[in-house]
Every structure is written in C-alpha cells, then in structure tokens.
Design a protein around this ligand. Structure first.
Ligand SMILES: NC(=O)c1ccc[n+]([C@@H]2O[C@H](COP(=O)([O-])OP(=O)(O)OC[C@H]3O[C@@H](n4cnc5c(N)ncnc54)[C@H](OP(=O)(O)O)[C@@H]3O)[C@@H](O)[C@H]2O)c1
Length: 229
C-alpha cells in the first residue's frame, strides 16, 4: 500500500502545546499539512509558531470535540486526520489516590479522546482519514504506583483496537502508539503523586518521527519496543 500523503491534509492535533504534540505538529507542518491545533492555553498555542488554526478547548468537556472539528472544517473544508497527543499523568498507590484524580485521568486520557473521535468520524469517514492516539508503554507493561494512569492508557489502547475493526469498512485507519518514557517533562508535572526514579527517556522529536511514520505507513500498532528505546 502506498504511503498516506500528508501534503495539504487537514489534521487536528490535540495536546499540541505538549512535548510530543508540538513535535508531531511541526513534522506535519514540514510535510505540508494544514493544521488545527488545540489545548487549553491560548498563549501556549500561539507560541508554537506554526501557521495553523488554533482552538482553545478542554477535552474533559463533552462538547469540545464538536468545536474542534467545526474549526477544522471551517478553516480547511475537510478533515483527513486526528492525532490525540493530549494527556495527563498521576503517580501513587491506588489507596492513596483521590476520587477526583482517577476521574481526571479517565476524563482527559479516555473519555475526551472518545468524544472527540465520535465528533470527527463523519468527516473522517468522508475523507477515508486516520486517527492516531498516543497511549503509553504502561498499557502493555502496567506498573505499581501508576494503577489509574496505566488503566486509563490500557482503556485507550482497547478502544483503538476495537475502533480499528469497527472502522475498517469505513476506510478510516486507526493507529495506537505506546511510547516509552519520553523527555517532555510530563513526569515532573503529575496531577498527583511523585514520579519514581526514571531512566533517561527518549527525545520527543524521535518519538514524534516514529508516530508520523506510522501514520504515513498506515500501521495500526506502534508498541513500546518499536520506538527503539
Ligand atoms: N512523556 C512521556 O514519557 C510519555 C510516554 C508515553 C506516553 N505519553 C503520552 O503522550 C501524550 C503526550 O504527553 P507529553 O509528554 O507530550 O505531555 P505534555 O508535554 O504534558 O503535554 C500534554 C498536552 O496535553 C494538553 N492537555 C492536558 N490536559 C488537557 C485537557 N483537559 N484538555 C485539552 N488538552 C489537555 C496540554 O495542554 P494544556 O495543559 O494547555 O491543555 C499539553 O498540550 C500523553 O497522553 C501522555 O500520556 C507520554
């Protein structure tokens, strides 16, 4: 199968101000994509420095998906792809983890992406487009002290695998990417708890390059060991 062409493609990137999302957005821009970039902080979105439509949205809001998709359709008349690179982390044993932390993890890492995908599906079906979700290594190798985070990422990976099959006839490709620890600073800004001592992580630009390559090649899974850690 020929690689998916991204020149001129209309693509939404969530978490576009983050360490991985910003690199993915830059690489898409270099390939000629027309981007709609979203996160919660307007100043940070404008500071990315890419010519793009920006949408301030909170994925925990079930209406955010419609606003994001409408902005992309208004700007570019179509939608060819959706990359979900938004996410949060928390650490600590389950017994120490507050209700609100578990809720926040699942709202941001699971429910928000699913609401957004649902809103994007009519346009992605029309374009035979793609969805790429950034899950994490902990979906395959869950660790103590990260029960709720690992469960949220495993839920996203399960959704991706079910969507892959559900959307096959519609011609929409789904990629589930599960990067290992990456040096974005995410582990230093958990919503709860303190990160364990971690070995040095991957470069965000290298992780982004692997994910963009997977999207171009139509790969359905990018497991942790495919990132060359
Ligand atoms: N870094 C790692 O080691 C690693 C490893 C494996 C997987 N991942 C996953 O990769 C993804 C990106 O991680 P990262 O390291 O790039 O993190 P990051 O640098 O902290 O970026 C996270 C992004 O998500 C956005 N975001 C957070 N909560 C949001 C919400 N409620 N609504 C909309 N946007 C929201 C943030 O912007 P605002 O806060 O301004 O909204 C930011 O743009 C996450 O899903 C993470 O779990 C990371």
């Amino acid at each position: 199968m020929a690689d998916r062409a991204l020149d001129g493609a209309s693509i939404v990137v969530t978490g576009a101000t983050g360490g991985i999302g910003r690199q993915i957005a830059r690489q898409f821009a270099d390939l000629g994509a027309r981007l709609t970039l979203t996160a919660r902080n307007q100043g940070a979105l404008e500071a990315i420095g890419i010519d793009a439509t920006v949408v301030v949205a909170d994925l925990r809001d079930s209406h955010a998906g419609t606003a994001i998709v409408n902005a992309a359709l208004t700007a570019n008349g179509r939608l060819d792809g959706l990359v979900n690179a938004a996410g949060i982390v928390a650490f600590g044993s389950l017994i120490e983890t507050d209700d609100v932390v578990i809720e926040e993890l699942f709202l941001t890492n699971v429910l928000g992406p699913l609401w957004l995908i649902r809103a994007a599906l009519p346009a992605l079906t029309e374009s035979h487009g793609f969805i790429a979700n950034i899950s994490a290594v902990v979906a395959e190798q869950p660790l103590p002290g990260m029960v709720a985070y690992a469960a949220s990422k495993a839920a996203l990976t399960a959704a991706d695998r079910a969507l892959t099959r559900e959307l096959r006839k519609a011609g929409v490709t789904v990629t589930d990417a599960r990067p290992p620890h990456t040096e974005t600073g995410l582990a230093d800004r958990p919503i709860a708890g303190v990160a364990p001592r971690l070995r040095p992580g991957l470069e965000p630009s290298a992780v982004a390059r692997r994910i963009v390559a997977a999207i171009q090649a139509g790969e359905r899974e990018v497991p942790a060991d495919a990132f060359g850690a």
